[in-house]
Design a protein around this ligand. Structure first.
Ligand SMILES: [Zn+2]
Length: 174
């Protein structure tokens, strides 16, 4: 079986940056699953996996634009520490859900700098702007279920897919 749209693919991976430092990897014996063709993973990696088979190993080098995107300076903002009223210790690395200025939903922001009363928050993906290298080994390919296709993502026995509609249908452990 080859990887084409609507297949569920399991793969082990190691992700490193330009300097060769490992940023992330699949846990031992626990591959990552995704639904091919639904943009569940970064676009450059999905493209590289197209047509591959179980047992295939590949090295994929991606420019930022094909991975988590370029860094968007407009998503970096310095705000007053007063904004964090009620937070005991405002520290670098903390993540918050911030309401978008137009009131159209929420976005995750990270604190990237604290300088007295000035707090810098960044809404970019932590790996935005980075060239990334993936070492991938494909361990399984199966057909997606009708429900997975409907939702556009994989349903895992031991892993909540994080979508409300899934949890409501008893697919999640919590
Ligand atoms: Zn779902």
């Amino acid at each position: 079986m080859q990887i084409v749209d609507h297949k569920v693919v399991s793969f082990e991976y190691s992700l490193s940056n330009e300097a060769g430092e490992v940023l992330d990897s699949s846990e031992d014996g626990k591959p990552l699953l995704y639904l091919h063709g639904e943009e569940n993973i970064v676009p450059g990696l999905e493209l590289a996996l197209e047509g591959k088979s179980v047992g295939d190993k590949l090295k994929v080098s991606l420019e930022a634009a094909d991975a988590y995107g370029e860094l968007d300076p407009a998503m970096i903002e310095t705000v007053s520490a007063d904004m964090f009223d009620g937070v005991d210790n405002v520290e670098v690395g903390m993540e918050f859900q911030a309401e978008l200025p137009d009131g159209q939903g929420f976005q995750f922001v990270r604190i990237t700098e604290v300088d007295g009363d000035n707090v810098t928050v960044d809404g970019n993906h932590p790996m935005a702007g980075m060239s990334l290298h993936f070492d991938v080994k494909i361990t399984d390919i199966r057909e997606a279920t009708a429900e997975e296709l409907e939702h556009g993502h994989v349903h895992n026995d031991d892993d909540c897919c994080g979508e409300k509609e899934c949890c409501g249908e008893g697919n999640c452990s919590d």
